[in-house]
Write a protein that binds this ligand. Structure first.
Ligand SMILES: [Zn+2]
Length: 351
C-alpha cells in the first residue's frame, strides 16, 4: 500500500512538473515561505529493503535544493526569523527555513557542511532521551529486525502470526503491517513488543540510539556553530496525543529544560514527534503555547501563509522525502502545489 502511495505521489509530482501546473498554481499556493523538514542526511545505501528511506536525503540533493532556493532569491532564515516575520507581518520577501528532526549525527557530518557552503542556518530538533543515549528508535529497530530475518513471529489481535520476510517485497509488506500496528499501540505496549522482537532476532536495540544520535557533548559542539539553533522534540519521542495531558505537558517542558541545561542556551522552538494529525492536534498546540514555545512545527504538509501567524504552534512543513530525490521536483515543492494537493488545498491546517 505504501509503495502504491509512493508511486501515486511520484506520479502526481511528475504531472505537476511536466504539465507546468506548478507554475500556474504558484501565486495561489506558494504562500509567503516554507519550513523544510529533514531527518537523516547521508550518502544513499545499496539494497532493495529501505523502508525508512523517506526519512533520508543525500547531501547532493540537499545541495541541489539550496542552489534552487538561492537561484529563486528566497531568503534562507532561522526559526526566530520565521517567527519575527509572521508576528511583524513582514512578507516583503519569500523565505525558507531548514529543520532537522531527532538529532542524528549525520546532520553534523553531512548536512552541516552543505549548509555551511551556502551559509544557511538550520534548526536541530532534539529528543532529549536520544541525546542521553537511552531512547528507542523503534522504526529503525523494526527495519533492522526484518532485514536480518527470513520470517517473523508476532501476535496480532491475540493471534500468533508468522510473517514471511524472505524477499525484499515480503520484508516491505511485513514492515508496513507492523509499523502501522506498532504506531497505534500505547507507548509501553509498543516498547515491550519491540524489545521482545529485537531480543528474539538478536538486534541490539539499545545501541541504535547511541550509534545514530548525537550525545549532549556532540550537540554542544554543534550548537556552538552560529548557523545552528537547537529546538525541542520531546523527551521520549512518544505520540503526544496518546498521553494524558499531564504527561504530554511534561514531555514539552522537561525536554526543553534538559536541553537548556545541557547546552546552556534557551530553547524556544518545538517540533512535535511524528507531528501528524494522529500525534498533534488542538490540545498539543495549546500545550506548546502554554509551555511558552515561540513556534511549534508539525509534519502536516503545507506552505506558510500570512494567516499562519495566528497559529504559531501549528506550523506546517514541507518534507524533503528520500523517495523523491529528483531535482525536477524542486520547483514543484517550492511552488506549494504539491503540499496543496496533499493537504486538500488548505492554506491553514491548524485544527
Ligand atoms: Zn522525530
Amino acid at each position: 500500500m505504501k509503495q502504491f502511495r509512493n508511486t501515486v505521489i511520484r506520479a502526481g509530482l511528475g504531472v505537476l512538473y511536466f504539465s507546468g501546473a506548478h507554475v500556474l498554481l504558484r501565486p495561489i499556493f506558494s504562500g509567503v515561505g516554507a519550513i523544510f523538514m529533514l531527518h537523516h542526511v547521508r550518502p544513499g545505501k545499496a539494497g532493495d529493503f529501505q523502508p525508512n528511506r523517506h526519512l533520508e536525503v543525500t547531501p547532493d540533493f540537499l545541495r541541489a535544493m539550496l542552489s534552487h532556493l538561492r537561484a529563486q532569491g528566497i531568503d534562507l532564515v532561522t526559526m526566530d526569523d520565521v517567527h519575527r516575520r509572521l508576528i511583524e507581518k513582514n512578507f516583503a520577501r519569500r523565505f525558507a527555513c531548514f529543520t532537522l528532526d531527532d538529532g542524528y549525527r549525520d546532520n553534523r557530518d553531512y548536512a552541516l557542511p552543505v549548509l555551511r557552503e551556502f551559509e544557511v542556518p538550520c534548526t536541530l530538533f532534539v529528543t532529549s532521551d536520544f541525546a542521553e543515549g537511552c531512547g528507542q528508535l523503534w522504526w529503525i529497530a523494526l527495519e533492522m529486525t526484518i532485514a536480518k530475518a527470513s520470517s517473523i513471529e508476532v501476535t496480532i489481535g491475540g493471534v500468533p502470526t508468522r510473517l514471511d520476510t524472505a524477499s525484499a517485497a515480503a520484508k516491505q509488506a511485513a514492515f508496513d503491517r507492523l509499523h502501522d500496528r506498532l504506531r497505534g499501540l500505547p507507548e509501553h505496549d509498543m516498547t515491550r513488543e519491540m524489545r521482545a522482537l529485537c531480543a528474539r532476532h538478536g538486534v541490539d536495540d539499545a545501541a541504535i540510539c547511541r550509534d545514530l544520535c548525537m550525545s549532549w557533548e556532540e550537540l554542544k559542539q554543534c550548537a556552538g556553530d552560529a548557523l545552528v539553533t537547537v529546538g525541542a522534540h520531546s523527551i521520549t519521542h512518544c505520540n503526544l496525543a496518546h498521553q494524558s495531558e499531564a504527561t504530554a505537558s511534561e514531555e514539552l517542558t522537561v525536554s526543553r529544560a534538559r536541553i537548556e541545561n545541557a547546552l546552556q542556551r534557551p530553547v524556544v522552538h518545538l517540533a512535535y514527534p511524528y507531528g501528524d494529525r494522529q500525534a498533534a492536534g488542538a490540545r498539543e498546540f495549546g500545550l506548546a503555547r502554554a509551555a511558552g514555545y515561540k513556534t511549534a512545527v508539525t509534519t502536516r504538509p503545507g506552505m506558510v501563509f500570512p494567516e499562519s501567524g495566528a497559529h504559531l504552534t501549528a506550523l506546517p512543513r514541507v518534507s524533503l522525502n528520500g523517495n523523491y530525490q529528483d531535482t525536477r521536483i524542486l520547483p514543484v515543492l517550492t511552488s506549494g502545489a504539491a503540499t496543496a494537493m496533499w493537504n486538500g488545498f488548505r492554506r491553514v491546517d491548524a485544527a
